[in-house]
Design a protein around this ligand. Sequence first.
Ligand SMILES: [Fe+2]
Length: 401
Amino acid sequence: MKTQDNKYVRIMVITIVLLIAVTAAYVLYIKNASDNVRVFDADSDEVSIEVFNPEGKIWEDMYRYPGHPCGAEYSVNVYNYSRLRLSDWTITIVFDGPFEIDSSWNGVFEADENTLTFTPEGELVFVEPENSRYFGAVLYSRYLLNVESFEITGRMPLDPFAMPLTYIIAVLYVLWMLYVGSHILANARIESLLKQRAHDLQMIDQSIRTFTSFIDAKDSYTRNHSLRVAIYAKEIGRRIGLDDDKLQDLYYETLLHDVGKIGIPDEILRNKGSLNDEEYKTIKTHTGKGKEMLKDFTAVSNIFDAAYYHHERFDGTGYPEGLKGEQIPLCARIASIADAYDAMSSDRRYRKSLSREKTIEEFKENSGTQFDPELVPVIISMIEDGFTDRVLDEYGQDGED
Ligand SMILES: [Fe+2]
């Protein structure tokens, strides 16, 4: 769950950083391209001009500008054939002769010999895409002028809303937000399911523990016995490397190992003297009774294994089947050791609890005969590192109430 989470967070961070980087590069590109001052001349396909003298606007006036007898209105159309707006433009037109400006409009005109420079004002500073603007002036010259060359300088700012990449980036942001949003929703859902699951597990655990407390209550010497055995067993399982699911099953299997004692008469279980053969025989039936009781409990497969086989011995001299070695299910071999430890660490009707040294000695002595020799070092390590003491501190030692 944690690693999944980290993976999602990493993907979210990497993608948003990439998106921001792409956006920044894109914005920078638009800004640079928009600020770039461009030059258009007669060879340009994007911007062009047409100069003409309107009809009736050509006249001769010998007196107005000495040496410049020919006057005319020169109208200029500036065409923008591109799909971008031309802005802040200035035009320089070189005519084939010198002239004087008589009058002009819509901008600032400058004349220098053959050259006319015009900078528009007002709305004229823009020439919209696939559109044109018009300006004009009355010029006096020696003869009717022709255009030799022209040059327009201006900017063509990019329009982000006319560029597909803008929409692609916007869609990527939307996708990113959907991804993050769905992840947050999914997380919330998973969290509520996990809560529900934890609650269900707690209910199952409490139900079984309540049930096993009835078993333990039948024998006043074994309060919390089943729970401690289950805790020891689970720890043994953990130390030999069982996975979480197996540990959970092992916990329930061993928690229920003495379930068959429900069917044993109280007077035998509580017998303070030593048991006669008949009574001992009756006690031994608790394994079979346990199996019988748990046979319909199918949520944990073979949950009855610990109940049925926990009195088997590794050397094959136990009961009820006399199984040997690894024929005995692992959970039962573990239950046997956990059960024995709990018996040794508890005060019983016939003796006080054993010392730590004596307990370890017992396990060593019975390794390979009563107990699985591979599990004995595990329980000894749990005794030595204080695990078993902590369980005893928390869940109490047995003894008569
Ligand atoms: Fe038992």
